[in-house]
Ligand binder design. Structure first.
Ligand SMILES: Cc1cc2nc3c(=O)[nH]c(=O)nc-3n(C[C@H](O)[C@H](O)[C@H](O)COP(=O)(O)OP(=O)(O)OC[C@H]3O[C@@H](n4cnc5c(N)ncnc54)[C@H](O)[C@@H]3O)c2cc1C
Length: 265
């Protein structure tokens, strides 16, 4: 928290006071332990936007190759544009994209060391549905054991949202997503909304629906080195998938990588 207050600003995040629950496979509901849970305000990206405000940031750009010339790295994007003159390159992409980039850059031994995490990535179909009225007031968020859904949450209940109506986020489980990964977004929305209705008893229809397929949503597996740093190549790798997943893992991984590099100077 002191780090975020100092570098992102205390106004970029706040406690989410939503009541959270758990539904077991038998259909019984219970409360989540009453922990402090923080969210970005007014949206999740507020924190990373503030943290990167002082950086020369290039967005909407995919790097497909790294070339080393006399110890200086050049990054080449998919349009062929070159970004020159870097002493080190720190990669924070998911494992599959990191591996592709390393292979395309002739860094095969590092790329091959990532086979295990590349295999361990799980996808997630997600639906955001807007309701004109509150569809459910039992919990603001719930982890559910259900053949289709894994998580349902009232995004509008998070601090600073001020939405017109209520936006609910529905996440499918990894098993269901994997089995249905090539379904159309329309089909997926129908199935997830039907499951939401079954869980909550709400029979109304949403006034707006957005469906998104996260192919690299989270990692499972025991390979958790924290970060990877190859001083001879000047290549570092960080990301949630190296440190237990979730935002905390992403932060710890990057922090430890930078600390390791800093310790050498
Ligand atoms: C639906 C969903 C809900 C989640 N909910 C929560 C939650 O409630 N709490 C929580 O703690 N975590 C949650 N997570 C997990 C959280 O989003 C991740 O842990 C976190 O974003 C990981 O951060 P990261 O920096 O490691 O990677 P990412 O956030 O995945 O960032 C990687 C970036 O690399 C970019 N990239 C990839 N390849 C290239 C390339 N070749 N060139 C340039 N850029 C590239 C990608 O576009 C992306 O922007 C959720 C994830 C999903 C998918």
């Amino acid at each position: 928290m002191p780090f975020l207050r100092r570098y992102a600003g205390a106004e970029s995040f706040a406690l989410w006071h939503g009541k959270l629950g758990f539904r077991d496979a038998g259909g019984d509901w219970s409360d989540f332990p009453d922990d402090a849970r923080y969210v970005g305000v007014p949206r999740m990206t507020a924190i990373s936007r503030q943290l990167s405000a002082h950086v020369d940031l290039v967005t909407e750009t995919r790097i497909e190759q790294l070339i080393c010339d006399n110890g200086s790295w050049c990054l080449i994007d998919t349009s062929g544009h070159r970004y020159n003159g870097f002493d080190q390159v720190l990669i924070t992409a998911p494992p599959a994209q990191t591996q592709d980039l390393l292979k395309a850059s002739g860094l095969d031994p590092i790329a091959e060391s990532l086979n295990e995490p590349v295999e361990a990535v799980l996808p997630c179909w997600a639906v955001a549905a807007r309701f004109d009225e509150s569809p459910w007031d039992h919990f603001e968020g719930a982890r559910v054991e259900h053949p289709v859904l894994y998580w349902i949450g009232n995004n509008s209940s998070k601090p600073g949202r001020h939405d017109d109506g209520q936006w609910w986020v529905l996440h499918a489980g990894a098993e269901w997503t994997t089995a249905n990964v090539d379904r159309t977004p329309e089909d997926v929305a129908d199935v997830l909304l039907e499951a939401f209705s079954e869980l909550t008893g709400y029979r109304g229809s949403p006034s707006d629906v957005v469906t998104h397929r996260w192919l690299y949503a989270r990692s499972e597996g025991d390979w958790q080195p924290g970060h990877l740093w190859y001083p001879d190549d000047g290549i570092g790798i960080a990301g949630d998938w190296l440190a237990g997943g979730r935002v905390e893992g992403a932060f710890n991984s990057a922090f430890d990588l930078v600390t390791a590099i800093d310790g050498e100077h």
